[in-house]
Design a protein around this ligand. Structure first.
Ligand code: ADP
Ligand code: MG
Length: 479
């Protein structure tokens, strides 16, 4: 990001601060804290401004209840803004936005006291305070840590056991066991949680140690600001006087040469003085793009521990632990459903559980498998979308004992044509691919062929119980 971009995004930030004050005045503190504080502005594209929101539930609620008001405040604050779009940051780029990062690190907690009217939005997710805006080594690090991100609250399983063990080791050891500790893994898998847990633990065991925790993005921002105000000496001093330096999401300094340079020097200075450095990133050191070779190699010198994608057992374990923490009864069947459907990452898994509980609380009903399926249908569908046509073709071919190539071939034999139609039917029912796209994947067929196949199978299914059972089975294994 150039310094110019920083300035521009920071002025949207300022405008948003002002609008937040107006929203607070208009709706009161409780509603403000529940619904507006956790938001942060993203880019302005054309006349549409993105506002990042923590969960899909938030998005729906804001859209139906507060969109017009927010748009009108924006329009008077900044005439370029006509529309506001609420976006839940995901792993595909929105996550790269600085505001989104600040936001995903904004913790949510839940309050579930019964609301007077049963509909008060203030009983929904309540934000805690966001990360402080400037790192300050004299400031108590615990004031910017999320209270929930402790080792006690971290569920350990096969995918994260190495990272967990390494994290405990650096925080308990009285010397520097490896330098740096480099934790990496995909988005929402617990890197920030582990980083905070390390900082908490160090603070509790050795309160006199100075721990500095900040995102790479903030490091960069501080650095650019120091350059602008010609204050780089103080900047350097601040970083070099700590015992433990923790930098989260280091991939964000890739491509920024002067910041990398500064980071490299800070890094070396601390290593030379035998101070502990802990880094997290979304990729291994050698895979970090836009990072200087010498820095990559330096980052890989200590212990590199990766956090793998979750497996079913870990997801179920995490759900159990959350439900236990929040003290809300949720049937085992519901937890199993969530663990099998939401496979992407822990953040989404938690988000799903939060929406579910917020919803149940708002409408005052128990959580059941049916309500879960209803409340989370969009989320489930977006996960189902990831099912590919290839997988469907493979499964169906196996099931009927035909060759995969016959899914694409022109042969019209009934014993081949029927499975092919079934695969098209399932592709239509289970994925969000368009009819022309499905046709194309079946040997370049026309979309009318796909429509015909879907109608045919629908019709046969209602007449032929055996076919119906076959289809139900295939649908089950494919979802
Ligand atoms: P990352 O920094 O890797 O993107 P986070 O550390 O922010 O991910 O984790 C996302 C959410 O998932 C947090 O609320 C965190 O507490 C939770 N989480 C991740 N892994 C675990 C785990 N193993 N046990 C409990 N909670 C977890
Ligand atoms: Mg993180």
């Amino acid at each position: 990001m150039s310094s110019e971009q920083l300035v521009r995004s920071s002025s949207l930030e300022q405008q948003w601060n002002h609008i937040q004050a107006l929203l607070k005045r208009r709706y009161g503190e409780a509603i403000f804290l529940s619904w507006f504080q956790p938001l942060s502005p993203g880019p302005l594209e054309g006349q549409t401004l993105t506002l990042y929101v923590p969960t899909p539930f938030f998005k729906d609620w804001l859209k139906t209840h507060y969109r017009e008001q927010i748009e009108s405040f924006w329009a008077s604050e900044n005439p370029l803004v006509r529309y506001v779009e609420f976006v839940v940051p995901d792993s595909s780029g929105a996550e790269n936005s600085p505001s989104a990062i600040a936001n995903t690190n904004t913790p949510l907690s839940l309050s579930f006291e019964p609301a007077n009217d049963g509909l008060s939005p203030s009983t929904c997710p309540l934000p805690l305070k966001p990360e402080a805006s400037t790192p300050d080594t004299t400031q108590d690090v615990t004031s910017i840590l999320d209270a929930r991100f402790t080792f006690e609250n971290f569920v350990v399983g096969k995918p994260n056991e190495l990272a967990y063990a390494a994290a405990r080791r650096v925080s308990e050891s009285d010397h520097v066991p490896f330098n740096p500790l480099f934790l990496y893994g995909g988005v929402g898998l617990g890197k920030t949680h582990l980083m905070h847990a390390i900082a908490w633990h160090i603070q509790s065991l050795r309160p006199q140690r100075r721990v500095l925790y900040l995102s790479a993005e903030k490091f960069m921002y501080q650095f650019i600001r120091a350059l602008r105000y010609k204050d780089t000496m103080a900047f350097k001093e601040q970083f070099r006087s700590v015992d433990v330096l923790m930098i989260d999401d280091v991939q964000f300094i890739s491509g920024k040469d002067s910041t990398q340079e500064e980071f490299f020097h800070t890094f070396n200075a601390l290593v030379d003085q035998n101070r502990q450095i802990i880094i997290s990133a979304d990729k291994s050191p050698s895979d970090l793009e836009g990072m200087e070779e010498r820095l990559k190699s330096r980052l890989g010198w200590g212990l590199v521990a990766d956090i793998h994608p979750t497996n079913y057992e870990l997801r179920l374990g995490i759900l159990h632990s959350k439900v236990h923490q929040w003290g809300i009864p949720v049937p085992q069947k519901v937890l199993e459903l969530l663990a099998s459907k939401i496979t992407s990452n822990v953040r989404e898994l938690e988000g799903a559980l939060t929406s579910l509980m917020a919803h149940a609380q708002l409408v005052g009903r128990d959580i059941t498998v049916e309500t879960t399926q209803d409340v989370l249908k969009d989320l489930f569908r977006s996960h189902d979308k990831r099912l590919t046509i290839d997988e469907i073709q493979k499964r169906v071919a196996e099931h009927f004992g035909i060759r995969l190539a016959d899914m694409h071939s022109d042969r019209r034999l009934r014993s081949l044509a029927r499975p092919r139609q079934i695969a098209m039917y399932l592709a239509k029912k289970l994925t969000s691919f368009s009819l022309p796209e499905i046709g194309r994947r079946f040997g370049g067929r026309d979309h009318t062929t796909v429509i015909h196949a879907v109608q045919k199978i629908d019709q046969l299914r209602s007449q032929d119980p055996e076919l119906d059972q076959n289809l139900a089975f295939l649908q089950r294994v494919l979802s």
